[in-house]
Design a protein around this ligand. Structure first.
Ligand code: LLP
Length: 447
């Protein structure tokens, strides 16, 4: 199954009328209705007002480039869509945990959904408010629980009976009370890629719906826990509303049964998962998503928590890379670029489709496999894209702001990419390219 799409340059900023992107869409023929942070001006792809070639010259490639305006707009659009009711947007840090991104969202007032002590440390370092942090994940260690308790986070999203018992013990030891929400597994099919479906019975996530009631009764008797809410996260890159609505209905049903037993929930957490357009998907608009959820919540006095990741960061970033070599073969043509699966794993891992745009618009060309230098045949960034290329050209791998840098690795001892945040006409380096010495700094030879 495909996971993807791409922003298309707006009409007024169009480059060559003849040029087409690698999906065959003519540049500048479509409007997206959203701020398009990456657009052609005088035939050259820009990030806001900065030519990407300038970023490549200054900071080298591969390099992630983000748009401050796009991040700001997507967060505000999400938050505004729920303005009519009590809510908290808890950005899923795993989508992009770069400090500058977290700091920007913290300044907008965002909450955060974390899944590790490391992510908590990042949120705090970025100036995030711990009282707006929810802690998800199936494998929280006692150390991570202590860390989160001492930071005074908003809530633990508990995923099993054993975790509940451990949290009670850790909180008792620390002399603290932990607010808990059970992450239920509503057994709803999110109709997405199997690797990122999480709300089905066969998935490792959450507490079986049928067991949740009993576990709430247990939690109520635990002296160092307070029951705060109920939550779920059914999957990622969802392109339909119905699974969200079903999951919410299941949780509200549970909340009603709890209420009947005198257990009042203060929040319902719908998780993340709203999809975006990588290629030709048509995910619901945020406003429709909000309307559908609000319709189900009616006038219940319960706060809605949301954990979007991809929908906030995906379109706000691209991966800038340079063509090292062109190999024109009898079977296939390869463009070997300087970014690889270690920089952007999504194509290799999910067969994900990301648009590939030439930084200098050009028409015609040949069909290329866009591949990296890593020694695996699975190291590709894109298949069969028609591009007019020369060695040394720059390419932009689009819609890479979410699950790009945050999933990168040092495989093949490749230093991780630099990251740049563009703000209008300014480009700010927000993470230096790793140095080889840093990659080896914690290793030692045998005595
Ligand atoms: N909340 C929880 C508990 C999650 O596990 C996730 C994502 C989110 C929120 C955010 O979901 P989003 O709004 O971003 O869909 N690496 C994959 C995506 C994995 C998502 C894992 N959980 C990819 O590149 O497509």
């Amino acid at each position: 199954m495909r996971l993807q799409g791409s922003p298309v340059p707006a009409e007024d900023e169009a480059g060559s009328a003849e040029a087409r992107n690698s999906a065959g869409i003519p540049f500048g023929r479509k409007k997206t209705g959203r701020v398009n942070p990456f657009d052609y001006r005088n035939n050259e792809l820009h990030a806001e007002s900065v030519p990407l070639s300038r970023i490549a010259e200054r900071y080298g490639t591969p390099c992630y480039v983000y748009s401050r305006a796009a991040l700001t707009e997507s967060w505000r659009a999400f938050d505004d869509a729920f303005a009519g009711r009590d809510h908290l947007v808890c950005y899923a840090v795993k989508a992009n945990s770069t400090l500058a991104v977290l700091n920007l969202l913290a300044r907008l007032g965002s909450g955060f959904d974390i899944v590790s002590g490391g992510e908590l440390a990042r949120v705090l370092a970025a100036g995030g408010d711990p009282r707006k942090v929810v802690f998800s994940g199936v494998g929280k260690s006692a150390g991570e629980m202590r860390q989160a308790l001492s930071a005074d986070i908003l809530c633990f999203n508990v995923e099993s009976e054993s975790e509940l018992a451990r949290l009670e013990a850790v909180a008792a030891q620390a002399g603290k009370t932990a607010a808990v929400s059970l992450r239920v597994n509503p057994d709803v099919d999110p109709r997405t890629h199997p690797y990122i479906a999480t709300g089905l019975k066969q998935n490792k996530f959450g507490i079986a719906y049928e067991d949740a009631l009993d576990l709430y009764r247990r939690a109520r008797t635990m002296r160092h826990l307070t029951v705060a809410g109920v939550g779920c996260h059914i999957g990622s890159q969802l392109t339909e509303l119905a699974p969200f609505v079903s999951a919410l209905d299941r949780m509200l049903g549970l909340a009603d049964r709890l209420q009947a037993e005198g257990i009042t929930l203060t929040h319902v957490d719908i998780g993340g998962g709203l999809g975006i357009r990588y290629r030709d998907e048509s995910p619901p608009a945020v406003a429709d998503y909000a309307r559908a959820l609000a319709g189900r919540l009616g006038n219940r006095a319960v706060k809605l928590l949301l954990e979007p990741g991809r929908a906030l960061a995906g379109h706000a970033g691209l991966l800038l890379t340079r063509v090292e070599y062109l190999k024109h073969g009898r079977e296939r043509n390869f463009a070997v670029v300087d970014a690889a699966m270690n920089d952007l794993l999504r194509p290799a891992l999910y067969d994900a489709w990301h648009d590939v745009l030439p930084v200098v618009a050009a028409s015609g060309g040949r069909v290329y496999e866009i591949v990296g230098p890593v020694c695996e045949s699975g190291d590709f960034l894109a298949h069969a894209r028609t591009l007019a290329l020369r060695e040394g050209d720059l390419l932009a791998i689009m819609t890479a702001g979410a699950y790009g840098m945050s999933m990168s690795s040092n495989y093949n001892t490749r230093p991780r990419a630099a990251e740049v945040m563009v703000d209008g006409a300014q480009a700010h380096l927000v993470r230096e390219r790793e140095a080889l010495s840093e990659l080896m700094a914690r290793e030692m030879p045998l005595p």
